[in-house]
Write a protein that binds this ligand. Structure first.
Ligand code: CA
Length: 256
């Protein structure tokens, strides 16, 4: 199986986006796992043109290995792989420190889409897709996940110091334990904590977290909340409260 390995010395954290690349968001190392060679090569070309370093493979097994060895900042993943269920790769990416994943899926695979989102995919692109759009989304997800360059971001605490959210460091800590959230869980928690006690509908959460509407996503929001509560431990249901008929709210007060 062909593997393209192009690692650039600098990481996206320290590399500025010059000139024409500015509108593509952040740049980083992107791992592309797609067994269709034409699509894979096309995606690689576009991503490289936008300034990203690209690792690519057509094999899920090799993809897992590259995920571990290549330390990508983001994965573009085709769910339909010949040697391994793409969802397996998605699970692994979540385990590997929450590397963001953009999933490529056929239009008809709605079930895969829902399952994928509940497993923590950060974005979806349906085939056939525009490589330009995919490239923009890669830049946007990297920009969302990159830590803020300045350290003056607010560090808010809730519930008498129980929950600490550090926007700049992109960290949420409960009772001294790092919550290790996926991008979506982070988005839900920071949205709820932006106005503690105020209920947010699923629709609102989807839009705040993802920045655009996406059919079918509202349903999967419950899965993300379930996973988030699980990470919050025994008090998860009290910290992220259900507001019947509306959605969810943060059950902790913001500390002064
Ligand atoms: Ca495929």
């Amino acid at each position: 199986m062909e593997t393209v390995w192009r690692r650039f010395p600098a990481t996206r954290r320290s590399r500025a986006c010059p000139g024409e690349h500015q509108h593509h968001g952040s740049v980083g190392t992107v791992l592309v796992i797609e067994d269709d060679r034409d699509i894979r090569d096309l995606v690689r070309r576009y991503l490289e043109r936008a300034g990203h370093a690209v690792l690519s493979t057509g094999s899920g097994v090799e993809g897992l290995s590259l995920l571990a060895r290549g330390a990508p900042d983001l994965v573009v993943l085709d769910l339909g792989l010949p040697d391994l269920d793409g969802l397996e790769v998605l699970r692994e990416a979540g385990a590997a420190g929450g590397v963001p994943v953009i999933v490529l899926t056929a239009r008809s695979d709605v079930d895969d889409r829902i399952r994928g989102l509940s497993l923590g995919a950060d974005d979806y692109v349906t085939k056939p897709f525009s490589p330009t759009e995919l490239t923009l989304r890669v830049g946007a997800v990297l920009a969302r996940t990159a830590p803020a360059s300045s350290s003056d971001g607010a560090r808010d605490s809730y519930g008498g110091g129980r929950l600490v959210i550090d926007e700049a460091m992109h960290r949420a800590v409960l009772d001294g334990h790092d919550l290790d959230l996926t991008l979506t869980e982070w988005g839900v928690l920071t949205t709820l904590s932006s106005v503690p006690g105020r209920p947010f509908s699923r629709y609102e959460l989807v839009n705040r977290v993802r920045g655009y509407e996406f059919a079918g996503y509202e349903r999967s929001m419950d899965s993300h909340v379930k996973n988030l509560r699980h990470k919050l431990g025994p008090d998860g249901v009290q910290i992220v409260e259900t507001v019947v008929g509306v959605g969810y709210r943060l059950g902790l007060r913001r500390d002064q």
